[in-house]
Design a protein around this ligand. Sequence first.
Ligand code: ATP
Ligand code: MG
Length: 397
Amino acid sequence: MKEIILCKYGEITLKGLNKSSFESVLVKNVRRRLKRFGSFDCHHSQSTLYVTPLEDDIDMDEIVEELKQVFGIVKICKAIKLDKSLDAILTQSIDYISEELEDAKTFKVEAKRADKTFPYKSPEICAELGHSILCAYPDLKVDIKNPDLTISVEIREKNAFVNAQKIDGAGGLPVSTSGRGMLLLSGGIDSPVAGYMMAKRGVTVQAIHFEAPPYTSERARLKVEKLAEEISRYCGDIAFHCVPFTDIQVAIKDNCAEEYFTIIMRRIMVEIAQRISEKEDCNCLITGESMGQVASQTMNALVCTDAACRIPVMRPCIGLDKTEIIDIARKIGTFDTSILPYEDCCTVFTPKHPKIKPKLEDVEREQASFDFEPMISQAIEQTSFRLIRCGESTVNL
Ligand code: ATP
Ligand code: MG
């Protein structure tokens, strides 16, 4: 019995002339992902991606779990691959779906003929297979509207496929079809979610983290690396940059009015992030900011931050409530790491009364009271780098 996996893609099917470029990126991403599980044939045809194992001892459930993290795939179905004959469908598929049939009380069969030359029409295929199932499982009932189990038969170019399970995929667009973005990754809840959301729309995500030792600890940085490892399950490989930020923060504290500390710090973060983005060919910055969440995320504060930036800043969490961000963090498995109690450089030297509605000219004047440029160049020179491989898990906290 030959079991294979069919992956259906959603939005890609709506693409016009460039559809095939999305498809080939998806196939490449899937191939790269599955390499460590053994050898597979992966190819696409008629808006479906076929994943066929070429070795016998491959655990197909493990492969399904892996594919659930690949953006661009909407549904995943384990299916049996059959000769293209009604006889094969009737005699072999019932055995294949016996477990599901035993668990169900009601079912329906649906059939799709991509190959219109197949001698039986879809309703005939449904009726024949339905009849065979009822003979084998007399207690089962047909329910067209709301069945416990839907069995799909697809007649394609070379083979027929039968499956009884459709599992939700990650949706979105294949990573690396939408350019590159630099994610400002803190140890909080919001920024890992922001990275996930942009990767979901096809963006290749790199990450940059600012640390302030000794005010922030080694464990605080490791926590952020762990978060990057966790989102890499969805994002793929992540280039991780870590910027030493202590001297700049101390200089801000010593030279600028307290109420502007945070906003100036954020403008310098953005300045450094965009310079590294230029070197890395990233087209935008990505942050976990959400409108009005804290003083540095009011409309006025965001305007002041953006004024320091020459490339777009994407903020996919901007319209989400904290509870909605938390729901996503739980779903993607970053929440438990995010709430570990390690300090962030943003919480060092926080002003008691930050300006809620800073004016750009005031912020610029305050920032101009000290020449940060040499420190910015030095921080960039001293930035460390690690390539996080997709799904890697090295950090234990
Ligand atoms: P998060 O939960 O993502 O930490 P937050 O609600 O704590 O966000 P802030 O601390 O104001 O908000 O940070 C806003 C955004 O700035 C973060 O979402 C992140 O993108 C970026 N950021 C904050 N601190 C750092 C840091 N140490 N390194 C890199 N980026 C950071
Ligand atoms: Mg934070």
